[in-house]
Design a protein around this ligand. Structure first.
Ligand code: DQA
Length: 139
């Protein structure tokens, strides 16, 4: 199985964002953990990150992976472009958030991607991503 690990806006700033919500790992340390965890489960992982909504749409539309683990960052709360994209591609997308978005500010409770994704993992830091790996590799 080939998994696309796609991180969206501001996730390149991991390691410099509030550790209370996002831990201390940088994006590349997080990616290394996901790659190594997935490889123990027989999956390969392609890692991508973009701050640009349209670029994230392009990456999703063009992916040849079997599954996507996607943290869209703040776009999750309002991007109908990403929602429409996920709805029309055939590859399954699992939504991930490091922080517990349902118990933070009110605006983070609005999630326009949730019902077009096949699963949602929140509030566990890096473990949210690893749970998404488990979800796809258990199938
Ligand atoms: C986030 C939560 C979002 O609300 C926020 O805008 C992010 C990160 C998370 O991983 O917890 O950038 O997606």
């Amino acid at each position: 199985m080939k998994i696309l690990l796609l991180n969206g806006v501001n996730l390149n700033m991991l390691g410099r964002r509030d550790p209370k919500f996002y831990g201390t790992d940088t994006l590349s340390q997080l990616e290394d953990k996901v790659v190594s965890y997935a490889s123990q489960r027989g999956a390969t992982v392609q890692c991508r990150q973009s701050n640009c909504e349209g670029e994230l749409v392009n990456i999703l539309q063009q992916t040849d992976c079997d599954a996507v683990i996607f943290n869209a960052g703040a776009y999750s709360h309002y991007s109908y472009a990403l929602r429409d994209c996920i709805e029309c591609i055939s590859v399954p997308v699992a939504e991930v958030h490091m922080s517990d978005v349902d118990n933070r500010e009110q605006f983070r409770r609005n999630d326009v991607l949730a019902d077009v994704c096949v699963a949602r993992f929140t509030g566990k830091g890096t473990r949210s991503y690893l749970d998404a790996v488990d979800f796809f590799t258990a199938k």
